[in-house]
Write a protein that binds this ligand. Structure first.
Ligand SMILES: Cc1c2[nH]c(c1CCC(=O)O)Cc1[nH]c(c(CCC(=O)O)c1C)Cc1[nH]c(c(CCC(=O)O)c1C)Cc1[nH]c(c(C)c1CCC(=O)O)C2
Length: 379
């Protein structure tokens, strides 16, 4: 059960308005993986606690979610719940460890197609398996005290399937791809099962207090256009449609899809039910705007490595990004992928401050232009 106490009123709704296509007084900004290893206060917490213990303990997840919000006070326009995309494979019955310095490891990954039936639970009760995430969301929403909206998330089916078969990170995803070609039927069965959990999990996150949702197809770009249309896009579409159907108009929240590397699919990603499409740094903002034609809000897309490149590079690149996207509507500033653990905290701060400054400048210029054209019409 969600906490029955009403949530504090929201003081900054910039990101929700930008996602809905309304004009904003500046471009909102947040950063993927903003709570995590580049923050000394997070590293301190990790010395004491295992990664998944933090995820499973609402007090700790709340504390870590708030770390970047407190450190960059007033500079971030959204928070994202501290968790991981791999909590879904865990809910399906798989063991996942987070190995420090290495990343996720599945001691017993899916090897044979029949293991979809033998190794995974037939159905998952998210209220039982993932209640700890819902509790963390409710607690965090209260602790945020309305400062910024709280984003919930899931990993997309293809990305999760890849982890479940590869057993961890992989350069080629050759085992997961072998499944797609050799066992297409079982692959679809697996993708369907994951999709069902994604839908229930996202609905539960909204009911627990999430005010926006993001779906991470981090390994989308490993597929070619044909395979993406078969094995990723239909499930991404189903997730948006089904989540909104269940929540209905009154309860629905804006949804973002991030299919990293799937530039060839941008036109399609703009019409499958998401308000926002998140872009990696290989897109030019101008080209992305030309393809999406204002049908969705765009989010992104600075290369995270720029934050390692020193002050001059950060200011120049962030300025160019905000100017090219334009900032008074349909734009949410972010990086093109998660922030890297080696980023200095000052680099992140300079990025956020630059986005604020340039966002306000662009908004003022656009306003002045509007007034001028109104006067021309009148005059
Ligand atoms: C692919 C993926 C994963 N997890 C996630 C993705 C999709 C986004 C992306 O593509 O970057 C999503 C994720 N993971 C984490 C969050 C928390 C919230 C936030 O963004 O601030 C989110 C949104 C925490 C985390 N997830 C992880 C950490 C570091 C773990 C540690 O402390 O050892 C954190 C803070 C571990 C993790 N989790 C995963 C990997 C590959 C790794 C290891 C490498 C890495 O750290 O980037 C899987």
């Amino acid at each position: 059960m969600a906490d029955p106490k009403p949530f504090p009123p929201l003081k900054n709704d910039l990101i929700l308005r930008a996602a809905r296509g309304e004009k904003t007084e500046r471009a909102p900004v947040w950063v993927m993986r903003q709570a995590g290893r580049y923050l000394p206060e997070f590293r301190e917490e990790r010395v004491m606690n295992d990664f998944f213990k933090i995820c499973r303990t609402p007090e700790l997840a709340t504390k870590v979610t708030l770390q970047p919000i407190d450190r960059y006070d007033g500079l971030l326009d959204a928070s994202i719940i501290f968790s991981d995309i791999l909590v879904i494979p865990q809910a399906l019955g798989m063991e996942v460890e987070m190995v420090p310095g290495k990343g996720p490891h599945f001691p017993d990954p899916l090897v044979k197609p029949e293991e979809v039936h033998t190794k995974l639970k037939e159905s998952v009760d998210v209220n039982k398996e993932l209640q700890y995430v819902f509790d963390a969301i409710t607690m965090t929403r209260h602790a945020l005290n309305g400062r910024v909206p709280l984003i919930g998330f899931v990993g997309a089916p293809w990305t999760l399937m890849s982890y479940m078969i590869e057993g961890g990170g992989s350069k080629t995803l050759s085992k997961a791809k072998e499944w797609l070609y050799k066992y297409p039927q079982e692959s679809h069965e697996l993708l369907r099962r994951i999709t069902d959990v994604c839908v229930d999990f996202l609905v539960g996150q909204v009911r627990a207090g999430a005010q926006m949702l993001q779906v991470f197809e981090s390994w989308g770009g490993e597929l070619g256009p044909h395979e993406f249309e078969q094995f990723s896009l239909p499930y991404l579409a189903q997730i948006a449609t089904r989540v909104k159907e269940i929540l209905g108009r009154d309860e629905s929240v804006p949804m973002t899809v991030f299919a990293k590397g799937s530039w060839y699919a941008l036109d399609k990603l703009a019409v499958i039910g998401y308000e926002t499409v998140s872009l990696d740094w290989t897109y030019s903002p101008t080209a992305a705007k030309a393809v999406t034609k204002g049908r969705v809000t765009l989010q992104g897309n600075m290369d995270p490595s720029v934050l390692l490149g020193g002050d001059e590079a950060i200011v120049a690149t962030a300025t160019r990004m905000v100017r090219e996207f334009g900032s008074t509507g349909r734009y949410i500033a972010n990086l093109g992928h998660g922030i890297l653990p080696s980023v200095p905290v000052e680099g992140m701060e300079l990025f956020l401050k630059t986005v604020h400054r340039v966002g306000l400048e662009v908004a003022a210029e656009e306003k002045a232009k509007e007034i001028k054209s109104d006067m021309n019409i009148l005059g």
